[in-house]
Write a protein that binds this ligand. Structure first.
Ligand SMILES: N[C@@H](CCC(=O)N[C@@H](CS)C(=O)NCC(=O)O)C(=O)O
Length: 240
């Protein structure tokens, strides 16, 4: 059994989708990020960085893994699924996984902060992060024009990128001119395991259309979290 420490965010959903795809039993441990539960000592012993997601593999001597990309690789390697074992096939998956971890996630995350959460609207920062996010989505579109999935068969690279790209509207980045990204988003959304994964736990906002009240509530919570995250340094107990 795996304990999944998570919240309804793209990084959290990457892991719940993978667990659902792999049919691995797991216990959902939802942390309230607006109450800073991710910075409490018990959780810092699992992830010294004080961020979700993290897992503890109870069947493997309580082995703890943090960083969503590292968790996806651990789960794929543990099961021998969602990533090939041969060096080149594995490398293709890892390349597109790192593309998400180092590019799509951080850029869309910062677009959210400056476009949605910061009370001051700093237009050059919004333009920079939305522009870079759009550039990365164009790279995906170009690749998906020639390939059904990002790296051979459907893999953890698709899961990682999909969980972020589906929230493009929240980051203020349109994909109307990216037909291959649209096709790939729809194909992955149709998978039953993906549908279950994004309900674990369900998002607090509708990524496809704004409901002003929902948007305001979520934005206020997210702003509080960003401000708390800037002002508090985690200190951890010894790691598991
Ligand atoms: N690179 C990390 C990023 C994790 C991350 O930023 N998690 C966010 C939610 S998506 C979080 O826990 N934020 C709470 C905080 O900043 O205190 C990963 O991919 O796991």
């Amino acid at each position: 059994m795996i304990d999944l420490y998570t919240a309804a965010t793209p990084n959290g959903h990457k892991v719940s989708i993978a667990l659902e795809e792999l049919a691995l039993p797991y216990t959902l441990k939802v942390l309230d990020l607006s109450k800073n539960e991710q910075k409490q000592p018990d959780f810092l012993a699992i992830n010294p960085n004080g961020r979700i997601p993290a897992i503890v593999d109870r069947a493997a001597g309580d082995f703890a893994v943090f960083e969503s990309g590292a968790i996806l690789m651990y789960l794929a390697e543990k099961t021998g699924q969602l990533m090939p074992a041969d060096p080149q096939g594995r490398s293709r998956v890892v390349q597109w996984l790192m593309f998400q971890m180092g590019g799509v996630g951080p850029m869309m995350g910062q677009a959210n902060v400056f476009y949605r959460y910061f009370p001051e609207k700093i237009q050059p920062a919004i333009d920079r992060y939305q522009g870079e996010s759009k550039r990365l989505l164009r790279v995906l579109d170009g690749h998906l024009q020639q390939h059904e999935y990002l790296a051979g068969d459907y893999s953890i690279a698709d899961i990682a990128n999909w969980a972020w790209v589906r929230t493009h509207r929240w980051s203020g980045v349109a994909i109307d001119d990216l037909p291959h990204v649209q096709r790939w988003l729809d194909a992955i959304r149709a998978r039953p395991a993906v549908q279950r994964g994004i309900q674990a736990p369900p998002s607090e906002i509708n990524f496809n259309k704004d409901s002003p009240e929902q948007t305001k509530q979520f934005t206020d919570k997210a702003r509080t979290m960003v401000e708390m995250g800037q002002s508090q340094q985690p200190t951890s107990k010894p790691s598991l």
